[in-house]
Design a protein around this ligand. Sequence first.
Ligand code: NI
Length: 161
Amino acid sequence: MGKVLTVGNPLLRKVSKNVENIQEILPFIEELFNTMTEEDGVGIAAPQYGYNINLFIMYSKSNSRYPDAPESEPIILINPKIIEHSEETEYGLEGCLSVPKMRGLVKRYKWLKVQYTDINGNIIEDTFQGFIARIFQHEYDHLLGLLYIDKVEKHEDLFFL
Ligand code: NI
């Protein structure tokens, strides 16, 4: 099993490129998925593995790192885009496998309308809200070379575990 890159690695700061050939990345998707579940993540993005491609996985479920996470099926999102978002924002705690032993309070949109390609090549439109919309925004930021710690507004909003 590969290793998740941590803050300081320049590959986490690159802007990712669109996926052209889904078949080619299927083994990588499986590896990403396995790492996410082993590490108790509720999401993981390809750049965290050193692949700067527009791909992430969301899998909201209660685990040791996020005991209050809502249950959902895993979703693999290729070339995701935000089509529309709420005016309203809310603060919530986030962590990241690439930023070990920390949590931070981050402001995110309450809901999003998004589009992405699934692993069968279908274009999917969906709406996410609350914690799942938060996961989407966190993972989407990874594709832009951003980390949640960039969006923590005050010192006091960053917590060491
Ligand atoms: Ni992250």
